[in-house]
Design a protein. Structure first.
Length: 418
């Protein structure tokens, strides 16, 4: 009897695992994100999480809040288990990027000074103290893009109308870790150019954004490679007859550029380049005009993209996974009956963190952070799901039937995704 009982439970577990395995590779079909945990942050006004950076047992989240009298920037610290540590406010109107480097967090954003929009970068200690803040800009509008670090320096990029000959230009600025300005570089031609993200490499810096000086249409995707002294190495563009922009860049084996294309449908855009600027593939995803990609992260397991889709009730979060060869492995969503959106994603080992906003609690937007594994779900050991002991068989914590014959205890420890 005990052998038949154990065989029955083993059969159940095989069926569960088979179903789970199929669910991990949904290709282009839509599945659901099932987090380990979700945390929200907000008040009476709108609170939106824009950026996330995780390292070890620590997760930092930056965003914007209008729950007070004015719009401010917030920086939150959590443990990897979702325990809140601290929050601070930074003076500014918009946050664009954060970067954890060494024992500090660097925050990049925008601030209105004397009626003009300027760029700021702040260094914050791991216990939440602001070490220094520096501003960059001139008498006209200057927009922040992204931040990166290498060696004893940090690099920021953006778009400037204060400097340059015509229109707007891409700018790069270098600071040392004490906040001392080192140099700035501009790149632009007869039209408008802007830098939206920056990535440090072994031999230089890559910046992505847009250009109207080159290409086929209105705005075209712009990818720039500089050496570590800020000298241009190569320039690449991509686009069609309408507006196309690059918003994020990351690396794995090569460079992966995330963007938006209005020239083609679907509109969420992924481009892959090698180190010499040769494009290796182009991928697009989406089922409606309102599907927009916002951030990208990589691991040895693949490339992950988050954004907002209008396919759900009022708008849901989407999560895409591609292989390094550009094969779509799955598309998943998360959200309720109201509007939800994702703006940031980061990967630390075998888990990922996604941030954005949700309107499920009130009509206002609340910032959220969720944690899941690299399949967009949570994992439980089978030993917590099915237990065979000397007296009974329990599945999901409930006793199914007692054993008529006594025998040795049995257990197993595989991973089960739910």
């Amino acid at each position: 009897m005990i052998r038949r009982s154990i065989f029955a439970v083993a059969t159940i577990l095989i069926l569960i695992l088979s179903y789970s395995s199929l669910g991990k590779h949904e290709m282009a079909s839509i599945g659901k994100i099932r987090p380990y945990w979700i945390k929200t942050y907000g008040g009476d006004g709108d609170d939106i999480a824009k950026c996330v950076d995780a390292y070890g047992d620590t997760v930092y989240v930056a965003g914007e809040t209008s729950s007070g009298d004015t719009t401010e920037i917030f920086l939150l610290k959590y443990t990897s288990k979702g325990k809140f540590q601290w929050n601070i406010s930074l003076e500014g109107n918009a946050v664009k990027d954060i970067f954890v480097y060494g024992d500090a967090i660097y925050v990049l954003g925008e601030i209105d000074e004397s009626g003009n929009k300027n760029v700021f970068v702040s260094k914050v200690s791991s216990d939440g103290n602001i070490v220094w803040t520096k501003t960059w800009g001139g008498s006209s509008e200057d927009v922040a893009g992204g931040i990166a670090a290498k060696g004893n320096a940090i690099y920021i990029c953006g778009e400037t109308k204060s400097f340059g000959a015509l229109g707007s230009d891409v700018f790069i600025a270098k600071y040392d870790l004490d906040g001392n300005f080192v140099w700035q570089k501009l790149w632009g031609k007869s039209g408008d150019e802007g830098g939206y993200d920056i990535l440090s490499t072994n031999d230089g810096i890559c910046v992505v954004g847009y250009t109207t000086s080159y290409g086929a249409g209105e705005k075209d995707v712009l990818v720039l490679k500089f050496d570590l002294d800020g000298n241009i190495v190569w320039t690449k563009t991509w686009g069609g007859s309408s507006e196309d922009v690059a918003i994020k860049i990351t690396s794995l084996d090569e460079f992966y550029v995330l963007g938006y294309t209005a020239s083609y449908f679907p509109h969420a855009l992924l481009l892959k380049y090698d180190g010499q600027g040769n494009m290796l593939f182009e991928r697009r995803w989406g089922e409606s005009e309102g599907d927009v990609a916002e951030d990208i992260a990589t691991s040895s397991d693949g490339i992950f993209i988050v954004g907002k889709t209008t396919q759900g009730w009022g708008g849901d979060i989407f999560l895409l996974k591609y292989t390094s060869e550009g094969i779509l492995k799955f598309a998943k969503t998360w959200g309720g009956f109201k509007e939800d959106a994702a703006y940031g994603v980061d990967i630390d080992g075998s888990v990922m963190y996604i941030v954005g906003y949700t309107t499920e609690r009130t009509t206002a937007k609340d910032a959220f952070i969720l944690k899941c594994n690299l399949y967009g779900v949570r994992s439980l050991p089978i030993e917590k799901t099915a237990i065979i002991n000397n007296e009974a068989i329990s599945i999901f914590g409930r006793e199914v039937f007692p054993l008529l014959e006594r025998g040795d205890s049995s257990s197993t420890t595989a991973a089960l995704s739910l």
